[in-house]
Design a protein around this ligand. Structure first.
Ligand SMILES: *Cc1c(COP(=O)(O)O)cnc(C)c1O
Length: 450
């Protein structure tokens, strides 16, 4: 029988995270403050602990993972690397397909990989409470769980529409002890001001970020926590790619191409950057970020300084952006509805060292169903983007007869997204055209820098 699962022992959980900055040809562009000047680490101390700020600006190649973090991660790590024999057979492709199964975390996605170290470092710094935002609820559930593990109170501002539409994600956060507020809320000045004008405001990620940041900045016992985009978040996620490299060594194989869905860039960076280290050393491996055609940040955005949030509270970061006030059409991969992208991912893409493709919504669900019927796991709508791009490449291999080794990150399962699958089966899901006009209008509002 052919080997399907490539597993590691707990003792093989990586001892260090990999920092891609050490292997980038050019130093990362700095974040800028309101005056257009680079901000120093001290500007971030009201909302982040110094240990995470140091990781944010570090150029060290390897950063040690503290033992209590490795121990907490061992609840579900190492995650399996799976050879998708049944999918290969269903497609009739000569390509070999592997995927890393990040759906095995208790919250069902890769986001727990950074929630655990973030809770740990905040606890160590004497912080009592974390404030954060969540859209679809995947990040909120991950940080609620991590807060519970390290004895921190977690306060989650959940976008009002999701709060109403995804009650079970909310129950999950509550089960792990998180306090969930529909945003805009009465907990903050930002929320109260918005509700005074518009009591039925449906909320947005931008508003929820503003509420969480306001709370963290105004209380000494409270810090802010973010689930993607920032350098330290991607650093924590490199545990995915580092494990995968050990597993490929066991399989006696190595990927020609690595695919991952890309919203803020954390699971893409997490799985791809450890392979970038090999690429920087001369190895031939292609790294492909996959995004929705309706929110095509890398493939259609501008590479420019922009705010990380809608309201313009955050420092300016140089990244691919559709404009901080761009509102993507109602797509079902909530985790991919972000106007910007990780500055590290953006810079590597700008320099032509990684690739990006955009795929339409219906095709991603079709790929997810094909995958589920062959491999069993029902992927998250976000993960379906990587599944689509990988299947497309496998079908090209079928046409050409090439025996490529393809690898993608299954970033999470779709058990809380079955309503989206229902809509797909009922023929009610739509493809949204690339919203050229909306993007052009939003890009016209980019902050003027330099
Ligand atoms: C949040 C999320 C994503 C997108 O976020 P990244 O930071 O780009 O990784 C992808 N897949 C799942 C399952 C998610 O929860």
């Amino acid at each position: 029988m052919q080997q399907t699962k490539f597993l590691l022992d707990e003792s093989e959980i990586p001892t260090h995270w990999y920092n891609v900055v050490a292997d980038m040809p050019n130093h990362p562009t700095p974040p800028l403050g309101p005056n257009g000047q680079p901000i120093g680490p001290e500007a971030l101390t009201p909302i982040f602990p110094m240990s995470l700020i140091e990781q944010e600006v570090s150029a060290e190649r390897w950063i040690a993972i503290p033992d209590p973090v490795r121990e907490a991660l061992s609840l579900y790590r190492p995650s399996p690397l799976i050879r998708a024999h049944r999918l290969e057979a269903a497609l009739g492709t000569p390509a070999k397909i592997y995927y890393k199964n990040e759906s095995v975390s208790p919250a069902g996605s890769h986001k727990v990989n950074t929630a655990i170290p973030q809770a740990y470092y905040n606890k160590l710094a004497g912080i009592k409470r974390l404030a954060t935002e969540t859209g679809a609820g995947q990040w909120g559930s991950s940080i609620a769980l991590a807060g519970q593990m390290f004895g921190l109170e977690v306060r989650i501002f959940m976008v009002r529409v999701s709060y109403d539409q995804k009650p079970f994600r909310r129950s999950m956060m509550q089960t792990w002890g998180g306090q969930v507020f529909a945003s805009p809320s009465m907990e903050t000045q930002t929320g109260r001001a918005i509700l005074a004008k518009d009591p039925a405001n449906p909320g947005s990620l931008g508003i929820a970020i503003s509420e969480a940041v306001e709370e963290a900045a105004s209380r000494a016992d409270t810090n802010y926590s973010l689930g993607s985009v920032l350098n330290h978040v991607i650093l924590h996620q490199t545990i995915i790619g580092l494990e995968a490299k050990k597993q490929f060594a066991k399989a006696g194989d190595y990927p020609d191409m690595v695919f991952a869905p890309c919203g803020g860039g954390s699971n893409f960076g997490g799985v791809a950057f450890p392979f970038f280290a090999d690429k920087a050393a001369g190895k031939n491996v292609r790294l492909v970020a996959v995004e929705p055609t309706s929110c095509p940040t890398l493939t259609k955005g501008a590479y420019a300084y922009d705010f990380g949030d809608t309201a313009g509270f955050t420092p300016l970061m140089k990244m691919y952006t559709l404009g901080h006030d761009f509102m993507p059409p109602g797509i079902h991969a909530g985790g991919l509805r972000y106007h910007g992208d990780s500055p590290l991912v953006s810079q590597l893409y700008h320099e032509g060292l990684i690739e990006a493709v955009a795929v339409p919504q219906l095709a991603t669900f079709e790929a997810g169903v094909t995958f589920a019927r062959a491999e069993g796991i029902i992927p998250a709508p976000e993960s379906n983007h990587a599944v689509r791009a990988c299947i497309d490449e496998a079908l090209r291999c079928k046409a050409s007869g090439e025996q490529k080794t393809l690898f993608f990150n299954l970033s999470g399962h779709g058990h809380f997204d079955m309503a989206s699958y229902d809509r797909y089966f009922a023929g009610k899901l739509e493809d949204y055209d690339y919203p050229e006009e909306a993007i052009r209008a939003s890009l016209a509002n980019l902050p003027k820098v330099g």
